[in-house]
Design a protein around this ligand. Structure first.
Ligand code: P6P
Length: 336
């Protein structure tokens, strides 16, 4: 049987190295190491029910959320990969209160910083629902040869040089952008390689999925309530009512909407007055990917990528997806 034409992630990164200004292979090496960590995490996620990797780790993370053993495993694997790459001088993680740095000359000479949610949606792990890793890469602004500063990590999302996610679902995919389009790679377990499967992903301008936790409906700002009610009204000319699709795992909800068209909404609620999702390692990378695929990402007032971060674990309201759907919600918000 004719095999499909394989282009591995490593081959693709090297081919597209010219996309990164002044790339000298450093960035290629960094992305390669992320791919290795993703494969190791995938192995554990895929058999989570069989090994003692499920359940609580007994700790609470900086978000006040119960840490899962798999969260900590993923965090450790990614931090090791970043350290071993020698290209990353520091990392901000959802699982760690402070920035992670290393006391060696090689990493302190690293030109990049890394922000991540090592295993997003982890509350779904024990019930076998797709989870994901989300990451964001910036060039450092502090001088090389020293430890990074907080300024390196509080850059606006528009300064990202790359962003991506790994979704551990029915198949495992790595989806990333370096600002020249969005590319998806599916892990072929038979050869242990991420292989190009989605070339230059463009998200539909319209879609029929709206993703929001309607259990919080009463707490939403009125504009959000009006938009959600709009989604439910019957109007065959605009393919409504839409379908409600909400998995409770950002990477899974976003990935479906990216490919099929849709909108994901996490507004401010009573328990999360600034929204629940974190700007630096969830909203910024997803927003970069969405814009690169022709979509849009706002906090309800401004473009996500224009927000000046004030702290590592800052939360923002998050609206992301098909451009026309986001702009329709904006119309409702503006009419308040
Ligand atoms: P809620 C998972 O905990 C997460 O951070 C995202 O992956 C997901 O989109 C959101 O929270 C779900 O939150 O409040 O609807 O359960």
């Amino acid at each position: 049987m004719e095999g499909y034409k394989i282009k591995t992630l490593t081959q693709f990164i090297i081919e597209r190295q010219a996309d990164i200004p002044y790339a000298t292979g450093e960035f290629t090496r960094l992305l390669y190491h992320i791919g290795v960590a993703a494969k190791v995490i995938n192995k554990k996620v895929n058999k989570a029910g069989l090994v003692d990797i499920l359940g609580a780790a007994g700790d609470i993370n900086v978000q006040g959320e119960e840490q899962k053993k798999l969260d900590l495993f993923a965090n450790w694997q990614l931090l090791q990969a970043l350290k071993n790459s020698g290209e990353c001088c520091g990392a901000a993680s959802e699982e760690d209160q402070e920035v992670i740095t290393w006391d060696d000359d090689l990493t302190q000479d690293g030109n990049y910083i890394f922000c991540m949610d090592p295993l997003d949606g982890s509350s779904n792990i024990d019930v076998n629902v797709s989870v994901g890793t989300i990451f964001s890469i910036y060039k450092r602004v502090s001088p090389r040869g020293e430890k990074p500063t907080m300024e390196d990590f509080l850059q606006e999302g528009s300064k990202q040089v790359a962003a991506g996610y790994i979704i551990y679902g029915s198949s495992t995919m790595l989806v990333y952008t370096t600002g020249k389009g969005v590319y998806g790679f599916t892990l072929d377990p038979s050869i242990g390689e991420f292989c190009l499967s989605n070339y230059n992903i463009i998200t539909p301008l319209d879609g029929s999925y709206y993703s929001v936790n309607e259990g919080n409906f009463e707490h939403f700002p009125q504009g959000h309530k009006d938009y959600i009610n709009y989604c439910k009204q019957i109007d065959k000319s605009t393919n409504r009512p839409y379908s409600a699709r909400y998995i409770g795992s950002l990477v899974a909800d976003f990935h479906r909407n990216l490919l099929k068209g849709g909108i994901f909404i996490y507004p401010q609620t009573a328990s999360a007055p600034n929204g629940k999702l974190r700007l630096i390692y969830e909203c910024n990378p997803i927003a970069f990917l969405a814009e690169q695929a022709g979509g849009k990402a706002i906090d309800g007032k401004q473009r996500i990528l224009d927000i000046q971060p004030l702290s590592l674990h800052q939360r923002v309201p998050f609206i992301v997806g098909s451009k026309n759907m986001v702009e329709k919600l904006e119309d409702f918000l503006d009419s308040q």
